[in-house]
Design a protein around this ligand. Structure first.
Ligand code: SAM
Ligand code: SF4
Length: 336
């Protein structure tokens, strides 16, 4: 049935990009306050009644899967602060057509949940880690927790949630002297360390302008510690380019949100915790799904909204260095 529908009309945007990947924010809340992401006092959180229930998320994924979406990533805020997340994973895993479910997390709560998530059908995790030093962890995340994150990484490996991708946002003067140390991890373990250029957003206005380090500078600085060869990535839907030290079991990757080099092959849309379908990394292109859903929209109606949304998916994002994005926080698009 799914194959038949797909043969007739797989979801694609007006630039002929097939849309196969849906990122779902399950909460806007977080147990950290990373300096580049959230103000210390937090944000005006979305009211609980406005957050999509698991049933509602499942209905939206069913509709998306019926027209060709195959991969799901759960993100946030911090997705593991949403209670009973394994139950949502199990619901999504049971949907015909869904082939891959992944999670982006800060891993603070992962050690306790890795096995249950795996059993429910989660396949992979991306873990954010910007420093290997506890004092810096506190300075960047504004909360303690490095040991819990490291325990979370071990638990993810033990649960078979690999290949593990570590996401590290690089900031000059704050953690850029740890680039080599992070890269060295890939010589010993089959992990993928992905360095992300810090993006200017309203929430990090206080972050020094010169904190930005380009992906090419990041790679040059790692090359001082050994030759890097371009290698294929570990699979998945990410926007990273990968390089490895010869013979290393892992690889380093770079993600450049500020360049537009991955817009061309963009295959994704994003669902906010309160049910808005966001069509691009930054920008105001979004369509409400929660309203129609709560008014009784059926699977075909939701699929129709997805199709209509393709006409407002822009060709590229318009984020530029030195110009903080005016749009709401959409960056969870990146690190996954
Ligand atoms: N809380 C989870 C986590 O930290 O992995 C998932 C959501 S978080 C918003 C997703 C990713 O976006 C993380 O890897 C984080 O480092 C990255 N991120 C957040 N703000 C960013 C910014 N201003 N520039 C670059 N990356 C950012
Ligand atoms: Fe929380 Fe992730 Fe943002 Fe850090 S990057 S504050 S962990 S949502």
């Amino acid at each position: 049935m799914i194959d038949l529908i797909e043969q007739i009309a797989p979801l694609a945007d007006q630039f002929n990009r097939p849309i196969t990947y849906l990122r779902i924010s399950v909460t806007d809340r977080c147990n950290l306050r990373c300096v580049y992401c959230m103000p210390e006092a937090g944000l005006p959180w979305i009211a609980t009644a406005e957050i999509l229930s698991f049933e509602e998320i499942e209905a939206i994924v069913r509709a998306a899967a019926s027209i060709g979406v195959r991969s799901i990533r759960l993100t946030g805020g911090e997705p593991l602060v949403r209670r009973q997340l394994p139950r949502l994973v199990a619901r999504i895993a049971s949907i015909p057509g869904i082939e891959d479910i992944a999670l982006s997390t800060n891993a603070l709560l992962l050690a306790d949940q890795a096995d249950a998530l795996r059993a429910a059908g989660l396949r992979r995790v991306n873990i954010s880690l910007d420093t290997l030093r506890e004092d810096r962890f506190f300075a960047i995340a504004r909360r303690p927790g490095l040991n819990r994150v490291l325990a979370g990484i071990d638990a993810a490996v033990a649960a078979g949630l690999g290949p593990i991708k570590l996401n590290c946002v690089v900031m000059r003067g704050q953690n850029d002297d740890e680039l080599a140390e992070f890269a060295e991890l890939t010589r010993r373990r089959p992990i993928y360390v992905r360095f992300i250029e810090v993006m200017p957003v309203l929430e990090n206005a206080a972050l020094q302008r010169n904190a930005y380090i380009s992906a090419s500078e990041i790679l040059d600085r790692i090359r001082e510690h050994g030759m890097l060869e371009p290698v294929p990535g570990p699979g998945g839907n990410g926007p990273a380019r990968y390089f490895a030290f010869p013979g290393a079991p892992g690889a380093v990757g770079v993600i450049s949100p500020l360049s537009h080099d991955y817009c061309e092959t963009c295959n994704r849309v994003r669902l906010s915790a309160d049910g808005r379908l966001r069509l691009c990394l930054f920008g105001d292109n979004e369509i409400d799904l929660r309203g129609p859903l709560r008014e009784g929209a059926a699977l075909d109606d939701l699929a129709g909204i997805f199709r209509g949304a393709m006409y407002v998916k822009p060709e590229r994002h318009h984020l530029d260095l030195g110009k903080p994005a005016s749009a709401m926080r959409a960056f969870s698009e990146i690190g996954g």
